[in-house]
Design a protein around this ligand. Sequence first.
Ligand SMILES: Cc1cc2nc3c(=O)[nH]c(=O)nc-3n(C[C@H](O)[C@H](O)[C@H](O)COP(=O)(O)O)c2cc1C
Length: 148
Amino acid sequence: MFITRLIYCSELSGVDKDAITNILQVSRQKNAKAGITGMLLFNGVYFLQCLEGSRDAVNETYHRIVHDNRHSRPVLLTCEELSQRDFTDWDMAYVPWTAEIRSIVRCFSVDDEFDPYKLGAQSAIGLFRALRDRLPDNEFWSKPLQTA
Ligand SMILES: Cc1cc2nc3c(=O)[nH]c(=O)nc-3n(C[C@H](O)[C@H](O)[C@H](O)COP(=O)(O)O)c2cc1C
C-alpha cells in the first residue's frame, strides 16, 4: 500500500477555538489506530494540516474531516505519493500560534499575515518540515496549548 501525504487548509467555524482540545484528542486516538501521522497548525482562525499514511487511511480520514462542521472552506493543497513519511513520531503534532511560529511561517508566506489559502503546495511542505526540524520536541508537539 502506498504512503500518501495530503495537505489541506480550512477555517474555524461555528465553535470556539477551545474546540481544538477535543479535536486533537479524538484525532490522535483515531490516527494511532489508522496508522496516520502528521501535523496540525492553527492560528486561532485557520487550520493547516498534513496527513500521512496509507492511501486508504488518508482518504478515509480526509473525507471524515471535510464533513466536520467545526471548520469550513476546506481546500486541498496537495495529495501525493511519498517514499517516506516526514512525521514518523506523531499521531498528530499540534503547533499552536506563537511569535516563534509566526517567524517561521513568514519565511514561506507571500505577506506578513498567515493565510494558508495563499500558500503553494511546496511552501506548505517546506513549512511543515521547518516546523518539525526547528521546534523542540517535548514542549510543543503533544500538548494542546493556547491557540493565540
Ligand atoms: C481541523 C480538524 C482536524 C481534524 N483532524 C483529524 C485527524 O487528523 N484525524 C481524525 O481522525 N479526525 C480529525 N478530525 C476530527 C474529524 O473531523 C472527526 O470529528 C473525528 O475523526 C470523529 O469522527 P467520527 O465521529 O465519525 O468517528 C479533525 C477535525 C478538524 C475540525
